[in-house]
Design a protein. Structure first.
Length: 202
């Protein structure tokens, strides 16, 4: 392992063990469990108000669905990322937010929107150099996709759908919320998630 990676790894482990820097290590890792290719089989997102980062790999021509429930008005903050590498230089997935209270959309999505749901569709609009984001929780640099903060007014079920307009496969991460969770269980999950990502076990 190059010296810089050793230094970064030590910094990461020191950060999680001692809570420094808290903001940089706020997002809990969550991994795609598979089989979530339609509304009914969507993977559940628990506690969407808590900072977490969902890691997944999109299959060619498929859509990944995630589902969360809110009991009242809710400030949703999401951003779609892709690993910064030559392999994913041209991989630009899109993210759709679907649920009650959202406006009907004329934007293209590769699936039928269920009755009673509106949608907010986020395409990666960057045409030239892509901005990057360094995640201290996984020591990985990501290309930034579109980011949105949206106030959801109606209670009920909501979905996040990840797809690619060119039907390309690729890895992605969804950042959700900024509210920190620094309890012992969360720290353990960060450590487990770090090694799972670095070993390619997802």
């Amino acid at each position: 392992m190059p010296a810089i990676k050793i230094i970064l790894t030590i910094s990461f482990l020191s950060g999680i063990l001692f809570g420094i820097p808290a903001a940089a290590l706020a997002h809990l890792p969550v991994f795609k469990s598979g089989g979530n290719e339609n509304f009914s089989k969507a993977q559940k997102i628990f506690r969407p108000e808590t900072a977490q980062m969902i890691f997944g790999k999109l299959q060619a021509g498929k859509t990944d669905f995630y589902k969360f429930k809110i009991a009242g008005p809710f400030n949703l903050h999401v951003q779609l990322l892709t690993p910064k590498s030559k392999k994913y230089a041209d991989f630009r997935p899109a993210l759709a937010i679907l649920g009650p209270g959202l406006d009907k959309t004329e934007d293209y999505v590769p699936f039928l929107i269920e009755e009673g749901l509106g949608a907010l569709v986020l395409y990666d609009k960057q045409q030239a150099a892509r901005e990057t984001f360094f995640d201290y929780g996984t020591l990985t640099r990501y290309f930034k996709g579109e980011e949105v903060r949206h106030y959801l007014t109606e209670p009920g079920d909501y979905w996040l759908a990840v797809f690619n307009l060119e039907n390309q496969p690729g890895a992605y991460a969804i950042r959700i919320s900024d509210k920190e969770n620094l309890g012992p269980a969360a720290i353990l999950e960060r450590i487990k998630g770090f090694f799972k990502i670095k070993l390619g076990l997802y």
